[in-house]
Design a protein around this ligand. Sequence first.
Ligand SMILES: O=C(O)CCC(=O)C(=O)O
Length: 298
Amino acid sequence: MSQHLDAYPELERDLNFYPLGVKNPTVLSPVQIDRYNDHGYLFPIQVFDDREIIEIREYFDALLPQALAAGWNSYEMINWHKTCRGVYDVVTNSRILDVIQDLLGDTVILRHSHFFVKLPGDGKRVSWHQDSSYWPLSRSKVVSAWLAIDDSTIENGAMQVIPGSHKAAQIAFHDSEPEENNVLSQTVRDADRYGDAPVSLVLKAGEMSLHSDWTLHGSDVNQSEQRRCGLAMRFLSSDVQAYNGWNAHSVICRGQDPTGHWADHARPTGEQVPVKDNPESSMNDLVDSSGVGVDSTD
Ligand SMILES: O=C(O)CCC(=O)C(=O)O
């Protein structure tokens, strides 16, 4: 399979890495912000206490069977904040937003949300990749928060990152081979060439990690009997522009978008599982994901 350097050459995106951080952070320390910019990730960050995360997990335990019954697989629950009040309430939680605001500034926009649910025995991995490589956005200035809904361990396939890899910005990638069992569709080969030795982001339920959109990351197959559920939330500010309709699923969580470019979905009134074969809800969301179910260059 051939190697690619840019999934959207026609968009002429700004593919540089931009360090983030405000002058007077309120939650993160300046040292933590420097670490994020130097290493391309930060963890663990405590968000929910035991009681709170148990409540969130129970909510998710009830949502997952409904998703599967509606025909979604456990990696396809994308942008459900638009129709499920419980998901919306997590992605707009003020403790998460306080952290993100220390990196992005006063305007915080949730661009999309994505559950990555590794079920025991599902055999799926997430091959080494960079998020910006998939996304038709410019500038590349997105911070991802990954909230552990279950404990995330080495055995159940915790996410791994290559420290410092974000500084290279776009790295060449290949189309994933079927035998990789990749949830997504791009693979960066020999990932450890691009930074320090891989670090496993082992998290307790209720903690989250942050990673830059250029940080090389991935995760191995779940080898345990325990589910590994994480909710990835992608945040940006109004100085980022989306192409191909990727501005349609957002929530303006803090501040304002003077450009009027970003959608601002309201808090859902209840719990509505998206309909799988509805092009309005499903296909846009699939194309809007990190490449789930679409070709490598989507
Ligand atoms: O949950 C995983 O294993 C991978 C998540 C990921 O690729 C991401 O959040 O960008």
